[in-house]
Design a protein. Structure first.
Length: 80
């Protein structure tokens, strides 16, 4: 939704415009809003932290983080 949709009151469009104005750095925030793979990693970070905080160690957190991101990528590929 952050990458492809306008959102209510065009909030996602404004976020993308703000990110596009950022200095052009490789791997920066400006590319994060336009690359689905990068965006899925950043969006998956918070749920992975919330779930793995008490239940598993660092390795479990990493596996959950990458798993949530991979699930989002898989669902995106099914849609295309």
């Amino acid at each position: 939704m952050l990458q492809d949709e306008d959102g209510p009151n065009a909030i996602f469009t404004r976020l993308q415009a703000w990110a596009a104005k950022r200095p052009d750095r490789v791997g920066g925030i400006n590319q994060g809003f336009f690359c689905f793979y990068c965006l899925s990693m950043w969006v998956a970070l918070l749920p992975a932290l919330a779930i793995a905080w008490d239940f598993s160690g660092f390795i479990g957190f990493l596996l959950l983080w990458f798993g949530i991101s991979a699930g989002a990528i898989f669902l995106n590929k099914l849609e295309q």
